[in-house]
Design a protein around this ligand. Sequence first.
Ligand code: SAM
Length: 285
Amino acid sequence: VRSDDRTGDQDGSRGAVIEKSIEAHPAQSFGDDPLEVRESDHYTDEYTDGFVDKWDELIDWKKRYESEGSFFVDLLKSHGVESVLDVATGTGFHSVRLIEAGFDTVSVDGSAEMLSKAFENGQSYGGHILRVVHADWRWLTQDVQGQFDAVICLGNSFTHLFSERDRRKALAEFYSVLKPNGILIIDHRNYDSILDNGFSSKHTYYYCGESVSAEPEYVDEGLARFRYRFPDKSQYHLNMYPLRQDYVRRLLREVGFQQVDSYGDFQENFADDEPDFLVHIAEKA
Ligand code: SAM
């Protein structure tokens, strides 16, 4: 609603209210057939302010800290990492965590809404001024200068890319912003298990007790559509590409990473269909 589209009140006050309410809660839009939305560019429309705010309000950062422990901090330290590029900053959870642990961190995201929320969160959680860069992974080096000891792409983010071309392009960009001995840490849900064993109530993931749930509403080899439900009965969706773990490992090697180690729910030894999340650590040299 532009200001010159106002109807009603002479002083324009109603128009201003309409404008504010629409901007404050833009709806997610998946068009007539949500199952056909399989595009790498769609993520910016999926992370609406409403979804982002609700997510951050209900997913307690403290609890997330506790459940993740010091896994990533220890891993980065064991590789001698000092500088980190967080390419999927989201609302800033890992960026803030790493700044607090002493890493020189730069925070990237392709969604301006996410970055502004991350910046706010940086200030509220410890008064940190995040160094943010608005960039899409596929053209990362157009906006990010310099090289880093580590690139992290966490929180089931890489799954937003729908074509192999985009995945290769993004991984090649991650590779090129790494120093010669740098590492890439990338995670994703255990889609093998969801695709092969079917999804059932077993595959409802709860965050913070039982208050927020995520469940795969539809899955095929090219799409995993997840529904997120909140206590006030509101629901949001994300359309993602179901990454199989062997495929991700192969791609990492094909773009040039020399060694790839994988963890299941932060454990080195795991049965393939057990963990909810896989974490891959890819070494450049
Ligand atoms: N890492 C955060 C966390 O764990 O809370 C955020 C995860 S969120 C599921 C995925 C993030 O990846 C979103 O902030 C989204 O904007 C970003 N993203 C998805 N595709 C992207 C792309 N092609 N380029 C840059 N950012 C992208």
